[in-house]
Ligand binder design. Structure first.
Ligand code: MOS
Length: 767
């Protein structure tokens, strides 16, 4: 269980919506993480722990005809080599249901080591268990498999012409249209019709995926680097046919996830299998290459954006289509065009998404799946249209700023893009930008500015929460949500402190453990809002219980008070000038603590809760379009001789509703922008078109932005609460990356006069 002491509040901001909500509070887990005290999944000590390493297939499709494990088994310290020939039976992953979020837990449909079928180049075909990690890896390198190779299709660009329509689900709708966008495009006096490509990306969280698994009979403890302890537990219970109640998954500290740790991948399952079969606690820390081979990444895309406009800039036609990739063994169909149905008031719209299925690993979500790359294409196209029109690109956006959602006419719950652009333009000095490209120089550097819109939808999932107040005045919030470095636990402590009127220091939050009330995955930028909804309800319930308890005594100053008239402050409940602390109420009653719980853990409660959630989600979506958005401003410098691109200044002005913690929110948004700089300039997974093998599975060859690539980043918020979301917050995890690649491409054009429509913008494309 997490045991972290809250640090005192050290800094403040001007935006406090409550005593603590809005403040730039230090992370409650910051000190233990930075001092090395925090134990991550691969660090939890167990006596007698054995170490596991994966063997990966070397063909993209085929049957394993033989596996020679002799040399591997002979390595000193090797305990067991597990292949499809000796692995115990597990259940295959359950079918994905479009209305049941939990059915999406498995990363792929493969029943690892219970099949001789290989479905991608890199699929695990064996796991070696040894006394040391070195022995396990050495032995893994000695396992020799022979294959009956089957024909495979692995080349995305070659297969793209055979794309099929992307199915729509309740959760991820695909496409839509209004009017006749193609006819309007043909008739438009000014138009652009452009093709963009974006490459595959891979996950590179600072902590690679890791699992430590310990069986005790049919009971299982798993320490896991996960974005969803609940999904891990459900999926393992299914795979190993044991009751979920007997499985405990613990993940108090996670070194980044970004979507890569949302699903359950092979490493987790095969570590649990290895522990089952050897009777030892087993640990597996994936190598960086192991993450590339066994965890999905971001789909590559081919996108078309066509825009038609009147000469005053008013859009008559907006077309955005995408082709993206799934594995034949699963994946997540990315909503690449979804933002384009909400951004511009075009008279006619056409959005279409298609997919190709390849013999590659299933893709998965990666920070703003869909929007991160979809905003690149649409926002560059808007910039290109502005150039055609001879209009300022911000002006063109403002001319087309919609009053209601362009596709369905739904209301925006909140939309302050005009304000974001106005504030950003002023602060960034947009007026100094030369509208003519390629003319601003600073010595050998060509200098340019660009903007793009950031956009990510907002929603909430269902969370169970309990809150306890104790006779010592301490408050304990318990909820099995995930903290992977975003500051989620700190935010919930701030929310609880304000709701109960207690000092921040007295609130402790327990999270990242299936022994706690069930909570949703950390994903979709939805966690803080999801947990806050139930936390606020639990705090209300707790205050009512405390009032009832106080009123049982004739000595209580709260006698005769009504719940509606109370204010929570100074560690208790007050009615006018009279009141008492929770500690005093409990002490007088002789009770050590009182709990309030929201949500039910029974099977029926779970079912009813899910149905309620789904109907609210769908009704809400029929009524409102909810999203975080923002205006990204950047300046780039391009070396006139070498084409080297440096990002030199950045300002993001975001409309994310209420900011709960100005410090962690700023970090989240900056992190998103840094990841966007990577997507714009350097990140690209290279797939061998003959063999389907990812060729650059390492930090040396897959280029992430480093400190020297990242300028000072300024982040501002409008900080106006959304009327429909809990505490008015719209979510911040993903919106930061959206629009970034578009803003950079637009700035590169402004600097050089060159349009790059194929990410990443490497120097060869500028010469
Ligand atoms: Mo996210 S890409 O929903 O972790």
């Amino acid at each position: 269980m997490t045991q972290v002491q809250n640090p005192p509040v050290t800094t403040t901001t001007t935006t406090a919506a409550g005593k603590y909500v809005g403040q730039a509070v230090d992370r409650v887990d910051g000190a233990v993480k930075t001092t090395g005290e925090a134990r991550f999944a691969a660090e939890v000590p167990y006596a007698n722990v054995a170490h596991a390493a994966l063997v990966h297939s070397t063909v993209s499709r085929g049957r394993i005809t033989a596996v020679d494990t002799t040399a591997a088994a002979a390595v000193e310290g090797v305990i067991s080599v597990i292949t499809h020939e000796n692995a115990v039976r597990m259940r295959p992953p359950s079918k994905v249901s479009p209305i049941d979020i939990d059915s999406m837990a498995s990363g792929t449909t493969v029943n690892y080591l219970n099949t001789d079928q290989v479905s991608w180049n890199g699929q695990p075909i064996a796991v070696v268990v040894a006394e040391t990690p070195h022995a396990a890896h050495e032995a893994a390198g000695l396992v020799r498999a022979t294959y009956e190779v089957q024909p495979s299709t692995v080349d995305f660009k070659a297969e793209a012409p055979n794309a099929e329509p992307q199915p729509s689900s309740l959760i991820l709708p695909s496409g839509g249209s209004k009017g006749d966008a193609e006819a309007a495009l043909a008739a438009a006096p000014v138009s652009v019709d452009l093709r963009f490509t974006t490459p595959m990306h891979h996950h590179n969280a600072i902590e690679p995926h890791a699992t430590t698994a310990v069986w005790d009979g049919d009971r299982l403890t798993v320490h896991e680097a996960s974005q969803s302890v609940v999904w891990v537990r459900k999926h393992l219970a299914h795979k190993f046919s044991v009751p979920a109640e007997g499985i405990r998954v613990i993940a108090p500290f996670v070194g980044g996830g970004f979507g890569g740790k949302a699903n359950v991948w092979a490493g987790t399952i095969l570590t649990v299998l290895a522990a089952r079969m050897t009777g030892r606690p087993v640990r597996m820390l994936l190598t960086r290459e192991g993450v590339y081979r066994t965890v999905g990444g971001r789909t590559p895309t081919i996108q078309r954006v066509a825009l038609g406009a009147r000469s005053d800039g008013h859009l008559t036609s907006l077309i955005h289509t995408s082709v993206s990739q799934l594995g034949r063994v699963g994946g997540m169909a990315e909503p690449v065009t979804s933002q384009s149905s909400h951004l511009y008031a075009a008279d006619n719209l056409l959005l279409k998404q298609e997919i190709v299925k390849l013999d590659q690993i299933a893709n998965t979500s990666m920070r703003a799946p869909g929007e991160a790359i979809g905003t690149y294409a649409i926002e560059v196209a808007i910039d290109e249209l502005a150039a055609e029109l001879g209009m300022d690109p911000i002006e063109l956006r403002m001319v087309n700023e919609p009053e209601t959602d362009p596709l369905h006419g739904r209301k925006f719950s909140h939309r302050m893009l005009r304000e974001a652009y106005a504030r950003g333009a002023e602060r960034f000095g947009w007026a100094n930008r030369s509208p003519e490209p390629g003319v601003t120089r600073d010595g050998r550097w060509l200098v340019g500015m660009g903007v793009a819109t950031a956009y990510h939808p907002s929603f909430q999932l269902r969370a169970n929460v309990t809150v306890r107040v104790s006779v010592d005045g301490g408050v304990l919030v318990r909820c099995g949500f995930q903290e992977m470095g975003m500051g989620g636990a700190t935010a919930q402590a701030q929310i609880a402190a304000d709701a109960l009127g207690v000092p921040f220091e007295s609130v402790r939050v327990e999270y990242g453990d299936t022994a706690l009330p069930l909570a949703p995955m950390a994903g979709g930028s939805a966690q803080t809002a999801s947990v806050a909804t139930s936390l606020l309800a639990a705090c209300e319930k707790l205050k009512k219980s405390m009032l009832e308890l106080a009123k049982k005594s004739s000595e209580s100053p709260l006698r005769g008070a009504r719940a509606a008239d109370l204010s929570a402050r100074d560690g208790g409940l007050f009615h006018g000038g009279r009141g008492e602390t929770y500690a005093s109420i409990l002490a007088r009653a002789g009770i050590p603590s009182v709990d309030a719980a929201i949500g039910s853990e029974t099977r029926l409660g779970d079912l009813v809760g899910n149905m309620r959630f789904m109907s609210k989600f769908l009704m809400d979506r029929r009524r409102w379009v909810k999203a975080a958005c923002g205006a990204q401003f950047c300046e780039v410098r391009v070396d006139a001789d070498t084409g080297e691109v440096r990002v030199s200044r950045w300002l993001g002005v975001f409309d994310v509703g209420t900011v709960i913690n100005a410090k962690t929110a700023t970090s989240q948004l900056k992190g998103g922008i840094v990841m966007g700089i990577g997507a714009a300039l350097s990140e690209e997974s290279l797939v061998d078109p003959r063999h389907g093998r990812v060729m650059n599975p390492s930090l040396a060859e897959y280029h992430l932005p480093v400190h020297a690539d990242v300028p000072r980043i300024d982040v501002e918020y409008l900080d106006v609460p959304d009327p429909t979301m809990p505490l008015g917050l719209l979510g911040i995890g993903e919106v930061g990356i959206t629009g970034v690649a578009g803003a950079i491409a637009n700035a590169v054009h402004n600097a050089t006069g060159k349009r790059v429509r194929d990410l990443p913008i490497t120097l060869d494309k500028l010469l």
